[in-house]
Design a protein around this ligand. Structure first.
Ligand code: PMP
Length: 285
């Protein structure tokens, strides 16, 4: 694979980052994941906008390459011959001369910018989307600024491992009795013609896929309620699903060993998946 590091395209085994990089020492960095379908980027503008916001919230200066990010994404798609897959982008505060809690001077320490591709042939035809996934619930023990897409992913990894240990696919995190989101996705339930998903705030990541799916749901005359819900309410719902840039819309058919509906994907989640994929492909760049 060819990867991008600070202005250069290099083979992945030649890309080197300092051990003093604050991403490495302090998880002081942000990231984005953009899907590629048919060689085109899905919702690039949404990801770029959220990236800019994440950088701003952490006072990380926008790297010189910021305005070239679209070209860099496209260049990597071409060089690595990606038809379906993902592009991972990470920007950290950079590598000062020594470890220090105080932010380094942005005049001398420039952000580290890394992009690499992940090839996933048939990404949109995932077999899991046909049968749905099973989730467990777990206490949400992440920090309180989940609206910033930082690289501190240890707790979501622990949640995913707990799901794996239980023989399930993912975990829905719960805070004060209410579902926040999945380990790396937003969580939804469906009751009749109504889609329910947690309201935006600092407690969840503002999913780019979430914004698009809610827009498509409203356009398809579904009702959208942005409010929190409990695991018990989810278990009694007609359907449940998750969204993310890499899974699009994915039905959830079991929560904490309780089957949702008849244990098969219902009608709304698969329909939203289809609409999302169709519409997103149309405007992919
Ligand atoms: N919540 C969390 C915690 C995530 O990590 C992700 C995936 N990055 C999402 C939600 C979904 O966001 P998006 O639709 O922008 O991928």
């Amino acid at each position: 694979r060819t990867v991008y590091l600070n202005g250069e395209y290099v083979p992945e085994n030649e890309a080197q980052v300092s051990i003093f990089d604050r991403g490495f020492l302090m998880a002081d960095g942000v990231y984005e994941v953009t899907s590629v379908l048919g060689g085109k980027l899905i919702d690039f503008a949404g990801h770029a906008k959220r990236l800019e916001r994440s950088l701003g919230e952490l006072d990380i200066q926008k790297p010189a390459a910021f305005d070239d990010l679209l070209d860099i994404h496209r260049e990597l798609v071409t060089r690595n011959d990606i038809t379906d897959g993902m592009i991972y982008l990470q920007i950290t505060r950079g590598a000062p001369d020594d470890r220090d809690f105080v932010y380094p001077d942005p005049e001398t320490t420039k952000p580290t910018v890394v992009l690499f591709t992940q090839n996933k042939p048939g990404l949109a035809d995932s077999p899991a989307a046909k049968v749905g996934i099973k989730v467990i619930s777990i206490e949400d023990q992440r920090w309180a600024r989940r609206d910033i897409k930082t690289v501190q992913l240890l707790y979501p990894s622990m949640a995913k491992m707990a799901a794996k240990a239980a023989g399930k696919d993912d975990a829905w995190m719960v805070e004060d009795g209410m579902v926040t989101e999945g380990s790396s996705n937003n969580a939804y339930i469906v009751k009749g013609n109504t889609i329910i998903t947690r309201h935006l705030g600092n407690e969840i990541l503002h999913g780019i896929t979430r914004a698009a799916v809610l827009r498509f749901a409203r356009e398809a005359q579904m009702t959208v309620e942005e409010r929190s819900f409990t695991i018990a309410e989810a278990q009694e719902a007609d359907e449940a699903f998750i969204t993310s840039a890499s899974t699009f819309v994915m039905p959830v058919v079991e929560i904490d060993d309780k089957q949702i509906g008849d244990g098969k994907p219902g009608s709304i989640a698969p329909r939203l998946r289809e609409i999302y994929l169709d519409e997103s492909r149309k405007v992919a760049i």
